[in-house]
Design a protein around this ligand. Structure first.
Ligand SMILES: [Zn+2]
Length: 74
């Protein structure tokens, strides 16, 4: 899975302006389907590239980290 750096999610390198919208992101973490709803995604109408905000990437990493830990939380 390749996600471009989200440091610049207002304007695309191709000069297009990203359109923001909420989407559902489905992924599989260690064989377990995970669904994130209301994920803010920016999409360039010119070249079709898509990026996620940094906070979204952090949320995804949290999910992956939580799945990878064997009952670490009380
Ligand atoms: Zn673009």
């Amino acid at each position: 899975m390749a996600i471009p750096p989200a440091s610049r999610y207002d304007r695309c390198p191709c000069t297009g302006h990203y359109e923001r919208r909420a989407v559902e992101v489905r992924m599989t973490v260690e064989g377990t389907p995970v669904l994130l709803e209301g994920v803010e995604q920016s999409r360039c109408p010119l070249c079709g590239s898509r990026v996620y905000r940094a906070v979204v990437l952090e949320a995804i990493e949290d999910v992956m980290r939580a799945r990878g830990l064997p009952e670490a939380h009380a």
